[in-house]
Every structure is written in C-alpha cells, then in structure tokens.
Design a protein around this ligand. Structure first.
Ligand code: CTP
Length: 400
C-alpha cells in the first residue's frame, strides 16, 4: 500500500518529537520512502542519528551545507513528495505555516509543497486553546490541509487536556487510509452542499439556522484531497476559500441553492447534500424594514421550500451517487430510513443532534451511515475531516 510512496516528515521542537522515530519505522516497514526535516529546535528533542538510521536517509535541516555551500533543494522536496506530514507541529511552527514565515527549511519546503499536507499539532493545553493557535489552525484547515487533532490526556507539563500528539499508530493509520482511498476519487466530479440558507423577511432580517457549514466544507476538502474535482454550493456565511480543486458557489436562499444544484448536479458523479436548507420561507418579503411599534408582530406567514435533495433524487441517473444527511432528535434511525427511501438516496448520514460532540458548530461529529439494504455503520466521535473521510470511503465503496 505505501510501497514507493514518498513521505516527507517535518519534526518541530516539541517534547512529542520522541514519538516520531516509531512512526518513521512503521512507515518504512510498509515500504514508504521517508525523508525527515528537523527544525533547529527539534534537535533538542530527538536525534538525527536515530531518524536517519530508521529512515535510511540523511536528515535535513539546514538550507545549505556550511562546509561546501551545497544547497538543500526544498523546491524539489516539496514537488516530488506524495505527502508532507508535519508532526509534532509546535505553536510557533503553526504560526509560521499560517503566515508563510520562511525562516527554516521546514517552512520553505512547506511553501513549495504541491502534495497534500497533514499537520499534527502538539503542545500544552493552554497554548493549544489560545485564540492565536486556534486561528492559525483554522487558517491551515481552510487552506485544505488535514489537521490531525491532538488527543486529550496527561501532558508533559503535568496538566491534563487537549495537546498530546496523536499516537504514532493512529497517524500511521490516517496516512494508510489516505493512500487507500485517495485514488478512488481520481477523475471524479463531486458536488457538495454546505451551510445554512437565509430566507429574507425584510431587507435586513432573515430566517436561518445554526449550521456553520463545517461538515460540508470538510467533505469538499477531503474529496479534493482524494483526487476529485469539487463544486461546493454553500450558504453565504459558510467560511471557505476557493482553491484549484474546489469551485465555490455561494447562494442565499433555498430557491437559489435549488437552482444552483439543479444546474450542476447532472455534471457530477457524486452529490453530497450536507447543507441545512430552510424548510419554510416567508410568503412575502417586506420591501422596507419592518418597524417596531411596541406591539407584538403577530404573524410572518411561511410557505414550504422545495426539498432539494428529493428533487435531485427524482432526476438521479443510475451512475450517480446521491448522499443526504438527516439531523434528528428522536426516532433517529426510523426517521432517517424514511428519508433515505423517500428521497431515493444511495446513502444517508445520520446525526443525533442531542449527542454531545455532534452537529452544529462543533469541530467533531458522531455519525451513523445507513444504506438502502438496511445495513448501518456507526462511528465514534471524530474531527469533522475524519468523519468526511469515513463518508467518502463509503461512497468509494458504492461508486459504480
Ligand atoms: N434538504 C434539502 N432541501 C430542503 C430540506 C432538506 O435538500 N428544503 C436536505 C438536507 O440537505 C439534508 C436532508 O434533506 O441532506 C435532510 O434534512 P433534514 O433537515 O434532516 O430533514 P428534512 O427532510 O428537512 O425533514 P425534517 O426537517 O422534517 O426532519
């Protein structure tokens, strides 16, 4: 599986660097070609001798050799690698990656990299929680990189909380799964919807919902990293940047999202509808801002919107895969099964909104996948990007 894959590993100055020789060994055993880059402070935590012995490659750190001026070609490293893993990524490296501060070989290589980048932060709990670190992580996530969230537990400082580098076996599994599923969406076109629609009441107010669009964005980014060409149709407040592989179409109302979906669906192999579409829209939109006059505003009459997913189910071709979501608070499986059949879906992703760590605004989700033949697979709580991978792996397994 990993035979011949060129994996670049960037190690930074964090105590968790001690876990990395073991990961290098796991990757080598599976046939990967591993090259390690150390930042200057990483030398205090792990030795180049250990890493060069296990990787069977010289460990890189300096931009050039002082004794003879030989240049380390970071551009070639970035271009020829199949994957760049930065682990452990310290708070300082995250800041440099987010802002392009190219003062060491790891960052210059990152800036030249054309391969997928996986970043596994590790630091003390308060450093990890700090808005500066979280903003940098958000920036890197939005750039399409996979963030391998740190695990919770005992930290080197004696404190407890999130900040432990994910265990080498789990990082190995993530890399292995990536190469296993990656090829499967090569050349495929994937349409994803995300976020909330906004139904105007008057020029300044609307009816919306709490959907941040994070789940749909994670699916779009993951599909792109698996080789697909992605179109993301999302609510206007969904946070995503257009990239070479993800075309973003922003829509406001359910009607606009419907129009965009009907236009683009025929051209796609896979359609995943993660958007939280309003079920109702005001019958009439006031052309002026509705003024308060001290009395109750008695009624805003609402009419139903078109169910976009059901409309796409009606026009679905045999060679297309249509995936819906079901957000439920009661009779979860029964309600989702009904939606799966009524809307002619190939797969439905079920969320129980009452579970902690699932649903709106979280960075995690807890899903169950439900197939038309009645089979189900339930997953534990995971970061949304890994949830996206579970969904797309299931899609790859049923794609014609
Ligand atoms: N959906 C849609 N268009 C709508 C409403 C929902 O495409 N007007 C899609 C959502 O994108 C999601 C799926 O339908 O993939 C299920 O949405 P959900 O809110 O769970 O269920 P509904 O079908 O709207 O039913 P209810 O609100 O009664 O649970």
């Amino acid at each position: 599986m990993l035979k011949g894959k060129k994996i670049l590993i960037g190690i930074t100055g964090s105590i968790a660097a001690y876990k990395m020789p073991y990961l290098v060994r796991l990757l080598k055993k599976e046939g990967a070609e591993v090259t390690v880059i150390l930042t200057p402070t990483a030398f205090d935590f792990v030795t180049p001798l250990t890493l060069s012995t296990l990787s069977e490659n010289p460990v890189l750190s300096a931009p050039y050799k002082k004794e003879n001026g030989e240049w380390t070609n970071h551009v070639t490293l970035g271009i020829t690698s199949d994957l760049f893993l930065i682990a452990p990524a310290s708070a300082s490296t995250l800041a440099k990656l987010a802002n392009g501060i190219a003062d060491n070989l790891l960052i210059t290589t990152y800036l030249a990299a054309r391969c997928p980048v996986f970043i596994a932060p590790a630091m003390d709990v308060d450093m990890f929680r700090h808005p500066a670190t979280q903003n940098n992580i958000d920036t890197l996530r939005q750039r399409g990189h996979l963030i391998i969230d740190p695990a919770e537990g005992d930290l080197a400082s004696g404190l407890k909380g999130a900040g432990r580098l994910e265990e080498p076996e789990n990082i190995f599994k993530i890399i292995q799964d990536f190469f296993l599923t990656k090829q499967n969406l090569n050349g495929k076109k994937v349409l994803v919807t995300a976020g909330s629609t906004c139904e105007p009441i008057d020029p300044v107010r609307f009816i919306g919902n709490h959907s941040s669009g994070k789940m749909g964005v994670a699916i779009a980014e993951e599909a792109a990293s698996m080789g697909a060409t992605v179109t993301l149709i999302c609510g206007k407040m969904t946070n995503i940047h257009e990239s070479k592989w993800i075309r973003v179409i922003k829509t406001e109302t359910a009607q606009e999202m419907l129009n965009a979906c009907l236009e683009h669906a025929p051209d796609n192999d896979v359609i995943i509808k993660a958007a939280a579409v309003a079920d109702f829209t005001p019958q009439q939109v006031s052309s002026e801002k509705i003024k308060k006059d001290g009395n109750a505003l008695k009624t805003i009459e609402l009419k139903p919107t078109v169910d976009i997913l059901a409309a796409l189910g009606k026009q679905k071709r045999k060679d297309q895969i249509l995936v819906g979501f079901a957000l439920e608070t009661e009779n979860v499986i029964a309600n989702a099964t009904r939606k799966l059949h009524d809307k002619n879906l190939d797969l439905i992703v079920v969320n129980d909104a009452t579970q902690e760590g699932a649903g709106f605004h979280c960075n995690t989700n807890i899903i169950t996948l439900l197939f038309p033949d009645g089979t189900t697979s339930a997953f534990e709580k995971k970061p949304k990007r890994l949830v996206a991978r579970d969904i797309l792996s299931a899609v790859c397994a049923i794609i014609p």
